[in-house]
Design a protein around this ligand. Sequence first.
Ligand SMILES: *[C@@H]1O[C@H](CO)[C@@H](O)[C@H](O)[C@H]1NC(C)=O
Ligand SMILES: *[C@@H]1O[C@H](CO)[C@@H](O)[C@H](O)[C@H]1NC(C)=O
Ligand SMILES: *[C@@H]1O[C@H](CO)[C@@H](O)[C@H](O)[C@H]1NC(C)=O
Ligand SMILES: *[C@@H]1O[C@H](CO)[C@@H](O)[C@H](O)[C@H]1NC(C)=O
Ligand SMILES: *[C@@H]1O[C@H](CO)[C@@H](O)[C@H](O)[C@H]1NC(C)=O
Ligand SMILES: *[C@@H]1O[C@H](CO)[C@@H](O)[C@H](O)[C@H]1NC(C)=O
Ligand SMILES: *[C@@H]1O[C@H](CO)[C@@H](O)[C@H](O)[C@H]1NC(C)=O
Ligand SMILES: *[C@@H]1O[C@H](CO)[C@@H](O)[C@H](O)[C@H]1NC(C)=O
Ligand SMILES: *[C@@H]1O[C@H](CO)[C@@H](O)[C@H](O)[C@H]1NC(C)=O
Ligand SMILES: CC(=O)N[C@H]1CO[C@H](CO)[C@@H](O)[C@@H]1O
Ligand SMILES: [Cu+2]
Length: 569
Amino acid sequence: MWSGKKAFSFYVMVFITIGDFVNCEAWNYRYKFFVKESPYTRLCKTKKILTVNGQFPGPTLYAHKGDTIIVDVHNKAKQNITLHWHGVKQQRYPWSDGPAYVTQCPIKPGHKFSQKVIFSAEEGTLWWHAHSTWSRATVHGAIIIYPKTGTSYPFPKPHAEVPIILGEWWKKDVRKVYEGLLATGGEPNVSDAFTINGQPGLLYPCSKRETYKLKVVYGKTYLLRLVNAAMNEVLFFSIAKHNLTVVGADGSYTKQLTNNYIVISPGQTLDCLFHANQKPDHYYMAARAYSSGVNVSFDNTTTTAILHYSDCYATSSSPSFPYLPYYNDTTSAFNFTGRLRSLANEDHPISVPLYLTKRLISTISVNSFPCYPNGTCQGPNGTRLSASMNNISFVNPQRLDVLQAYYYHVHGVYGKRFPSFPPFVFNFTADYLPLNLQTPIHGTEVKFLKYNSMVEMILQGTNLVAGIDHPMHLHGYSFYVVGWGFGNFDKHKDTLNFNLVDPPFLNTVMVPRNGWTAIRFKANNPGVWFMHCHFERHLTWGMDTVFIVKDGKGPGASMLPPPPDMPPC
Ligand SMILES: *[C@@H]1O[C@H](CO)[C@@H](O)[C@H](O)[C@H]1NC(C)=O
Ligand SMILES: *[C@@H]1O[C@H](CO)[C@@H](O)[C@H](O)[C@H]1NC(C)=O
Ligand SMILES: *[C@@H]1O[C@H](CO)[C@@H](O)[C@H](O)[C@H]1NC(C)=O
Ligand SMILES: *[C@@H]1O[C@H](CO)[C@@H](O)[C@H](O)[C@H]1NC(C)=O
Ligand SMILES: *[C@@H]1O[C@H](CO)[C@@H](O)[C@H](O)[C@H]1NC(C)=O
Ligand SMILES: *[C@@H]1O[C@H](CO)[C@@H](O)[C@H](O)[C@H]1NC(C)=O
Ligand SMILES: *[C@@H]1O[C@H](CO)[C@@H](O)[C@H](O)[C@H]1NC(C)=O
Ligand SMILES: *[C@@H]1O[C@H](CO)[C@@H](O)[C@H](O)[C@H]1NC(C)=O
Ligand SMILES: *[C@@H]1O[C@H](CO)[C@@H](O)[C@H](O)[C@H]1NC(C)=O
Ligand SMILES: CC(=O)N[C@H]1CO[C@H](CO)[C@@H](O)[C@@H]1O
Ligand SMILES: [Cu+2]
């Protein structure tokens, strides 16, 4: 139950401790997570939410680059749960990765699972969250990975570091929102508020006193470790009269990128410096949705926090409000994300796959099915909304997770036929598309990859049902974002403009509305790895697939064996 500074100093003292269980393995620190319900009051209403250790947002995990930590997850709640360490590669060890029915069966109420979190190249900010049904709405927290002892940041040491976790709050029980989504087949009920470190801020009712406040000293530089833990919205974020300088993204350093706003999609993290160099006063920081889909409902409220100079005696009566691009401002959203670059210097080299051995193209689409089980659904024209990759709407296996089925050779749990190309080629981004293209098939199809294959994957958005941006996330890997654009990917024209010099190295990338993104990675992490849209509704609808990276030859090239306490199915 350790968190904060105290935990970290203790953690440093016990650097390399011999574990008191399982095979005497080495780990650097051990945390206890009790998943339980706790009452929280927001927007004038109290409800019980699922938390870790009673905290919302949950406790921060601390590590140094290359550490291994163990988190003992005790499920003291009344529902099934799994936890995922978002962006941690878990080299050769998918067993602790967390997505329900992909790498494990859920931890049942009253049960415990000791999850090993294995860091390797990650450095900066990542986060952890629940990965079963919609429980990640309140079950999440930051992971801070410091440089190895004796090395330092590739930027001047900030005066202080502050996690800024952006979230989304519903007045009703999130389980009801999830059940409503399944029952109606329509769009989920939009949230009632966004939050900054758990607080909606004073533009919402009953939220003034608790508004998150960040005290700063004039002349100092601060590091904000931003996490977008929201469920269904990409967010714009900015601080009045202050620029933000991005220095890292998704646990990897970037070239410095200074802007007066940032864009962060669910699943992403951004490390941003800001200089407290303005008139000592108070200023708003604020976040609101970037939502480009036509006729797609979204929470259009604005969350705020206060930046407060400590030597601010005569404050202006009301803090000044920052610039935020308009909700549907795609140009501003991609102008920012399109300028992210890897740091790519001598101390932080990169290795973009140049000679490809596996090329994949996948459409990512919102779809609709005829209303099942029966009756009328609330999707377009009475249909049930759905989503797919390469026209397959992913269905979670019920009996056993994919990982155990693969490891123990259990047949009938998943198929091996996730297509390498869209089964049907059409103008993916045309304004009007024939209705008969809207309906995908259901399936649990995975893609096998040879160990060390050099993979390129084009993610192609479509305008089926509703063209919208999709934050696509891959487990077990970070990938280089070598290109992106609007419209249909054109392999002759677009590949010429790929950035193979300093592309950003991310685990989540926002594919533009009616556009495409090209990613590359070397498949050097054997295991079972989920890929999905990080909009929770799209994940639920089936915009998912699974990569199984086969074992290679020789030591260090195969998956490690499972721990003894894998939750049973
Ligand atoms: C923010 O950055 C822009 C462009 O780099 C610069 O022109 C402007 O002066 C900066 N503003 C502040 C408050 O630092
Ligand atoms: C948006 O909704 C309106 C009203 O329901 C409908 O007339 C219009 O065709 C829709 N637009 C798109 C692009 O689906
Ligand atoms: C948010 O959306 C609601 C419903 O569409 C609308 O009435 C309201 O004016 C919008 N608010 C803002 C701030 O745009
Ligand atoms: C954004 O929304 C506004 C108001 O609804 C609309 O007038 C404008 O055309 C939209 N812009 C884009 C790029 O869709
Ligand atoms: C972003 O906008 C600036 C200023 O308009 C422009 O120079 C730059 O090329 C744009 N970058 C991208 C990636 O869109
Ligand atoms: C609506 O559904 C009816 C009956 O299934 C179908 O004939 C019609 O083409 C659909 N129209 C649209 C716009 O989806
Ligand atoms: C695809 O549709 C878009 C939008 O209508 C159009 O601009 C583009 O020219 C079309 N592309 C092809 C190859 O037909
Ligand atoms: C998806 O597959 C279904 C069933 O074969 C087919 O009817 C539909 O047209 C396909 N859609 C696309 C976009 O390939
Ligand atoms: C909880 O998980 C167990 C193990 O996989 C499963 O048998 C059970 O159906 C799950 N319960 C619910 C309510 O999903
Ligand atoms: C899709 C969904 O959950 N819709 C619900 C939104 O909220 C209203 C009011 O609580 C419900 O009636 C809908 O079923
Ligand atoms: Cu999506």
